[in-house]
Design a protein around this ligand. Structure first.
Ligand SMILES: NC(=O)C1=CN([C@@H]2O[C@H](COP(=O)(O)OP(=O)(O)OC[C@H]3O[C@@H](n4cnc5c(N)ncnc54)[C@H](OP(=O)(O)O)[C@@H]3O)[C@@H](O)[C@H]2O)[C@@H](O)CC1
Ligand SMILES: [K+]
Length: 488
């Protein structure tokens, strides 16, 4: 199964490489339009409906003309509306329009009256400015209740690379794209317009990817299943890593959730260090948790000195005092692997250079949500994907930017987009569980980029398993079932 995501520029390169390999553009367009027609038939349960196909002035419109021909041949009543002038069509789009022998109307909202389906073939990869005028009016007209929309490549108005809606875009029931998805198919707000995504094979060989070098992937177990830690038959707990968590004194729930998640996902031992005032709360929370009272950062450093404590989590519920700050710097200097989350971002607002000097590197995973991200990295521009990638390069660490479309970026430029998280996960304590999951995997020696990807995926899968009504406490408890379900 393919997991590459291609940017618009990469997709144009693929197109050129395919043509250089002897596949004519018109053949790619023919297969693209056929795939659109096939999905229209599937969307309508095989029963013909009056369909309106809105074609734009470029090759996205060309795909629409091909689909028109195939649906008409299948006995569908097809009306084609063209944005722009037919004689201005060029290249493959002009060829596709020539092959369509039916009427071509001027695209206008009136065309949609009586339609049982609209195919949006106005703009795809070539969208270069916000929709206005007639195109905008058409998108607004597509928003009729009960009128299904099938989008070709991307819903018109969506920029393929960044997931931004330029002016307006229809909310499609199905989007049919070709060869590989684009970032916009997975990034919000665009993803909310895509509906069911179909990636059609249009005969482009996978070998063209060798010269493209894709760096963006959808997050999926096949990427990290082989690296997923499994206990050895003759193993003992120290071979499964020893995680260390700094627990706060007031907000103790966060570190307790992280610790429970880390234990559930197989860390051999989990030590929670806290000030004596909070010791009892943590000790009573889980018998399998080791609780170590410390009175200052020196006490934390003593715990770090044991080389068996190989992975550290700092931030959840830890407060923004000197203890967290010093524990972070000591852990970085000690060369541990770890996760930095929650209060870490307030404690080190704008202090990236201090962290780098202390030794922040790609053994560490930073797990900010948008607000926390801005605290450490400032107001970066660009898509979530661009910003996470930029932040990873700047920090030297793996950056997991949380959201419905969590993005995981490695400083070397690789990026994965997670897409299995249900909205039910947007609840208090959910992020603390995620950091605990990643911590467990780091403790067991998993590569940090894979650990972050695996943690995000398992978190999403646990959310799906629990379903509506879940609370953060449910997520660690769902881990055994999710592991079993997925043969992990
Ligand atoms: N890659 C592949 O493998 C394959 C790709 N295929 C298909 O090709 C599609 C890409 O085609 P494409 O490059 O011709 O661009 P497309 O999206 O039709 O738009 C360009 C036109 O729109 C115009 N325009 C732009 N924005 C506008 C706006 N806001 N408002 C108004 N006008 C605007 C722009 O005008 P201009 O900027 O020149 O004024 C230009 O005329 C791709 O999405 C897929 O469907 C398949 O056939 C099979 C294989
Ligand atoms: K489109």
């Amino acid at each position: 199964m393919a997991h590459e995501i291609l940017t618009v520029a990469q997709m144009y390169s693929v197109d050129r490489a395919a043509m250089q390999a002897g596949i004519p553009g018109s053949l790619l367009m023919e297969r693209a339009g056929m795939a659109v027609a096939r999905e229209a038939i599937i969307l309508c349960g095989g029963r013909p409906r009056p369909v309106v196909i809105l074609c734009g002035p470029g090759n996205n419109g060309g795909d629409g003309f091909v689909a028109a021909r195939h649906l008409s041949a299948a006995g569908w009543r097809v009306r084609v509306g063209l944005l722009g002038d037919r004689v201005a069509l060029r290249g493959d789009a002009a060829w596709a329009a020539e092959c369509w022998t039916g009427c071509v109307d001027v695209a206008s909202p009136d065309l949609l009256s009586g339609a049982g389906l609209v195919i949006d073939a106005m703009f795809g990869a070539g969208l270069n400015r916000p929709l206005e005028g007639q195109a905008l009016a058409l998108v607004q007209a597509m928003a009729q209740p009960g009128l299904p929309v099938l989008a070709v490549d991307v819903p018109s108005g969506i920029h393929g690379d960044n997931g931004v809606v330029l002016g307006a875009a229809p909310v499609a029931d199905v989007t049919v794209s070709f060869f590989r998805p684009k970032p916009a198919h997975y990034l919000y707000p665009a993803r909310g317009h895509v509906g069911r995504l179909v990636i059609a094979d249009i005969g482009i060989p996978d070998t063209v990817l060798a010269s493209i070098g894709p760096t963006i992937q959808t997050n999926d177990p096949t990427l990290w299943r082989a690296q997923f830690p499994r206990p050895a038959v003759t193993g003992h707990k120290y071979q499964r890593g020893h995680a260390l968590i700094l627990g706060g004194t007031v907000m103790t729930g966060a570190a307790r959730l992280s610790a429970r998640a880390a234990l559930r996902l197989g860390a051999g031992l989990v030590t929670l260090a806290c000030e004596p005032a909070a010791q009892l709360v943590y000790s009573l929370s889980m018998p399998s948790l080791i609780v170590q009272p410390i009175t200052d950062a020196g006490g934390f450093s003593e715990l770090l000195a044991d080389p068996r404590r190989n992975a550290v989590l700092l931030g959840p519920g830890a407060g923004t005092g000197a203890l967290l700050r010093e524990a972070v710097l000591a852990s970085l200097r000690a060369g541990k692997a770890g996760v930095l989350d929650a209060d870490f971002f307030s404690s080190f607002a704008g202090a990236l250079s201090t962290l780098r000097q202390a030794g922040l590197n790609d053994r560490w995973v930073l797990t900010p949500h948008e607000g926390e991200f801005a605290r450490l990295f400032g107001p970066l521009t660009g898509s979530r994907l661009d910003r996470a990638r930029h932040a990873a390069a700047e920090s030297g660490a793996v950056v997991l930017l949380k959201g419905p479309d969590t993005v995981i970026a490695h400083p070397d430029g690789r990026v994965r987009v997670n897409h299995n998280a249900p909205p039910d996960l947007a609840i208090a304590g959910s992020g603390d569980v995620l950091s605990g999951l990643i911590l467990a995997l780091l403790a067991q020696g998993m590569d940090p980029f894979d650990a972050a990807s695996t943690g995000a995926w398992l978190h999403g899968a646990a959310g799906q398993y629990c379903g509506r009504g879940l609370i953060a406490e449910d997520l660690p408890e769902a881990v055994p079932a999710v592991l079993k379900q997925n043969n992990l």
